[in-house]
Design a protein around this ligand. Structure first.
Ligand SMILES: Nc1ncnc2c1ncn2[C@@H]1O[C@H](C[S@+](CC[C@H]([NH3+])C(=O)[O-])CC(=O)[O-])[C@@H](O)[C@H]1O
Ligand SMILES: O=C(O)C(=O)Cc1ccccc1
Length: 247
């Protein structure tokens, strides 16, 4: 993994452009996500452990919005069911190119890894195969809000009995005091990880038009509307959470 530190927003910018998953972001992404998302390493590692409980033989495991394939790597390390295949999808060409390199490196380091296919494409246009595990690890928040229910309903339709969707997201809170407290604590987390106030402010304005978090209540209601029968939060660190949704 690239060890390059994230300095993307370190210098004052006359105008902060909308955040994009381009080559510059790809180069620093492992550092950026670890220093920006509280609990990220714990979520990724345990997502593999959880997935192993839901994986069904001869089925597909999807990693939607795979970025550099951190979740795919965890799935390949933990899932032991026969005949499973991971399909990792991302619409950023720069992410997909680097993701393929990292997965090739994983192939040469471990034996008996699950087969993997990396697709460069839009998850909204994907023809889903019967799946036992679908991971949306911090991806749904980048999908246009009016497309989210349709996507979740299509995922629900593709899920096999005994399978699960694992959905991780940044959260918004309906209670203003709770929202302000957890937002402040997230800023403190970023500061403790070496980001300056300027970096924090410029990143905030870069993501505000492209990343639209929902509340836990909105997630639960939409998942039920999409046909899921049960929604179980399994992790929360500050304003970042991960849910298990059962078909
Ligand atoms: N419509 C779309 N179709 C496909 N990919 C998309 C789409 N929209 C956004 N993406 C992709 O979703 C990813 C979101 S990052 C996921 C982290 C990863 N899951 C991880 O566990 O490391 C989250 C973050 O950076 O906060 C990016 O790679 C986008 O290109
Ligand atoms: O940095 C933030 O404030 C976030 O909310 C998380 C994030 C992480 C990586 C890319 C975009 C957003």
């Amino acid at each position: 993994m690239s060890k390059e530190p994230d300095r993307i927003f370190a210098q004052p910018l006359a105008q902060v452009p909308d955040f994009a998953f381009n080559e510059d972001v790809v180069r620093v992404f492992p550092d950026m996500i670890k220093r920006s998302v509280p609990g990220y390493p714990t979520i990724v590692e345990n997502l593999g452990v959880l997935a192993a409980q839901f994986a069904q033989p001869d089925s597909v495991l999807y990693d939607l919005g795979c970025s550099l394939g951190a979740v795919t790597q965890a799935l390949r390390r933990h899932v032991r069911s026969e005949g499973c295949q991971v399909i990792a999808v991302d619409n950023s060409p720069a992410m997909v190119e680097r993701c393929r390199e990292y997965l090739n490196a994983q192939n040469s380091m471990f034996q008996e890894l699950l087969a993997v296919e990396v697709i460069e494409g839009d998850i909204l246009a994907l023809e889903f195969k019967p799946a036992s595990v679908v991971a949306l690890n911090f991806t749904l928040q980048f999908i246009a809000p009016d497309q989210r229910l349709t996507l979740l309903a299509r995922i629900r339709q593709s899920l096999l009995p005994g399978g699960a969707l694992i959905l991780s997201e940044k959260l918004r809170f309906n209670d203003a005091e709770e929202h302000a407290l957890l937002t402040d604590l997230h800023v403190a987390f970023k500061r403790a990880n070496g980001y300056s106030d300027l970096e924090i402010a410029q990143k905030r304005s870069a993501i505000e038009n492209v990343m639209k978090p929902d509340s836990l209540e909105e997630h639960r209601e939409r998942l039920l509307a999409a046909g899921f029968s049960k929604v179980v939060p399994w992790f929360q660190c500050l304003n970042f959470a991960s849910l298990i949704a059962l078909p």
